[in-house]
Design a protein around this ligand. Structure first.
Ligand code: GLN
Length: 261
């Protein structure tokens, strides 16, 4: 009888414990079975080599994916990555559905009005891709009178709208933009340089070329809910450790073939 009672109270404690663990996760994420708080990460998995799905592997791949896993490890938190549309990432942070977003997201003033950013982790900028046989687009000014595809909600979309006389087609993902270019639905694509370069050199794209001119200088940051300064500090501290330990350089080399800055 004593044993039975003990078992019962143990079971009750477990149920209560589990309820507490999962119920009190709140903004900074629920607890996992190992007791470590899960870091809920949002990313738009369509941006190789930063985040993409390799059909032969279960886990999402890319520079951002490795970086956030390394940061999570330093924080002692399990990383759980959700695939969301790029334009849904900031709303997901604001709604508390995710703790952080890492998605090749450029730090800019517009976004800073809505979210906090970590220290910058990658230097980027925008370039143009055209079909090989296109001779009349050489610079951004040449986009006047042309049809240009960009990903919705991105800095590319903002910049191309600023250029005069461009017919802008906003699509959901960069791969959609590249397909549209190949199908001659547009004359050019404007998108982040490292993603354009990877598309041309690593994914075996044919019939298209990236132009050398860089329109902007941009830096990527990890986005965090505006009211979560504590998490911003935690992310920055962990990021610093990932840099100091040489892990950041290792990840950079893995994806870009050279040491990071
Ligand atoms: N760097 C660009 C931006 O922040 C594009 C990001 C992306 O498409 N994942 O708008």
């Amino acid at each position: 009888m004593f044993k039975f009672k003990k078992m019962l109270s143990l079971a009750a404690a477990c149920v209560l414990g589990a309820a507490l663990l999962t119920g009190c996760g709140g903004q900074e994420g629920a607890s996992s079975s190992s007791g470590a708080k899960t870091l809920k990460v949002g990313s738009s998995i369509d941006f190789a080599p930063f985040e993409f799905q390799d059909e032969t592997q279960k886990e999402y791949q890319g520079f951002d994916m490795d970086l956030i896993r390394a940061i999570g490890k330093e924080m002692g938190r399990e990383v759980e990555i959700q695939n969301l549309g790029f334009d849904g990432l900031i709303p997901a942070l604001q709604g508390g559905n995710i703790d952080v977003a890492i998605s090749g997201m450029t730090i800019n003033e517009d976004r800073k009005a809505n979210v906090l950013f970590s220290e910058p982790y990658y230097e980027s900028g925008l370039t143009i891709i055209v079909r090989d046989n296109n001779a009349d687009i050489k610079t951004f000014q040449d986009l006047k009178g042309k049809k240009v595809a960009v990903q919705i909600g991105t800095t590319s979309a903002n910049e191309v709208h600023k250029l005069e006389g461009v017919e802008v087609k906003e699509l959901n993902t960069p791969p959609d933009c590249f397909m549209e270019l190949k199908a001659s639905g547009v004359d050019a694509v404007v998108n982040d340089k490292p993603v354009n370069d990877y598309y041309i050199t690593k994914s075996g794209a044919t019939g298209v070329k990236a132009l050398p001119e860089k329109l902007t200088a941009e830096e990527y940051g990890i986005a965090i809910a505006k009211d979560n300064k504590a998490l911003q500090d935690e992310i920055n501290a962990a990021f610093k450790k990932v840099k100091d330990s040489g892990e950041y350089d290792k990840i950079y080399k893995k994806w870009f073939g050279e040491a990071g800055k």
